[in-house]
Design a binder for this molecule. Sequence first.
Ligand code: ZN
Length: 423
Amino acid sequence: MNIEIKNAYALVDGHIDRHDLYIEKDIITGVDRKPDGFTGEKTIDGQDRLVIPGLINAHTHSYMAMLRNIADDMPFMDWLTKGVYPVEDRMTGEDAYWGAMLAIAEMIRCGTTTFNDMQMHIHNTTRAVKESGMRAVISRGLVGEKYDRDDVRIKEALEEISDGEGTNGRLTFMLGPHAPYSAGFDYLRGVADIAKERGLGIHIHLAESQTEIDNLKKEQGLTAIEYADKAGCFEVPCIAAHCVKITKSDMELMAKKNVSVVTNPASNMKLGNGFAPVPEMMDAGINVCLGTDGAASNNTLNMFHEMSLLTLIHKGTHNTPVCINANEALAMATVNGAKALGLEKLGEIKEGYKADLAILDINTPSMVPKNNLLSSLVYSANGSEVDTTIVDGEILMEGRELKTIDLEKIIYEVNARMERLNP
Ligand SMILES: [Zn+2]
């Protein structure tokens, strides 16, 4: 559909001003310049609207939306073994599909247009992505020799990739070795070799907790970053989640190997893992992007909440209010995520870029007055201001009404399924 957004505030080149935007099919073809021969099929009045690039949630596990609020305020191992695992073990592929649909509904309503997902049940998240119209990068979580006898999960991951690749322009894939402590060295090296052979990127959890670091040091004499590097994970485009417990030389290594880091401030705090050295990683030249992690460890998938946390915790822990400004937080939630996921011409409002946009109603208390709309996006918005969400030129939500998915049915299915899954 060709869409004209008239006289709206829009975030262009790091500044918010009034602009006219023109979308033809899936591409932004004009910023303040009507393309030759443009015929609009729909006009959006931008008078009380602020248009931003759609937010990119660079690390989550969408199926885990089923596990929201299931295990809170408890030690990490209890959270995992008494809260998450018993339900996860009983989940079927169909349960995972409804979890992914719930996650997608929540993300669309908060202006997220792309998510990077590590999942457990093949075909189900991809089905939810295709039906909803979201953009996503999918990786099958891969755990080591001990659990993945005969490499069944690797075979599943590759099967899903060959089934899904090229079938939908909004869907791409990576390989997802879960973490150094769950993958094992030879397994991890095997996955990295396949990624290299097939031209795939790697999505992995690294250096999330002190226990992971202590065990690796004891058993291998390496940091988590050195371990992943030795296994070959950095020979391909790599996006590493967390990177909380890292050293200066880890940062230098990641910068040299062009590894992108996705920081997940809420998850790291909730699970008592601390604070990733984000300002230091930025200084080292690392591409840092932002994610929510799964709903069991957050417990929302709201990138506005995450942007606010990101800037506030680092101002607090570094004892300075000039640490990570609003523009940098927005970049981490948009264009840096696109770069980390290898998605070209995405994450900015520019001619020739993908029409993935979130349109906020600025006539709402958290956005008033218009003293600094850029600041309002990071420090006062909460996601409920998002009125319209567009992915690939397709309107997925308008007037806060979801257009491609049936929210009432999702809520019914998830609640009914959790009655069965709850211990
Ligand atoms: Zn995770």
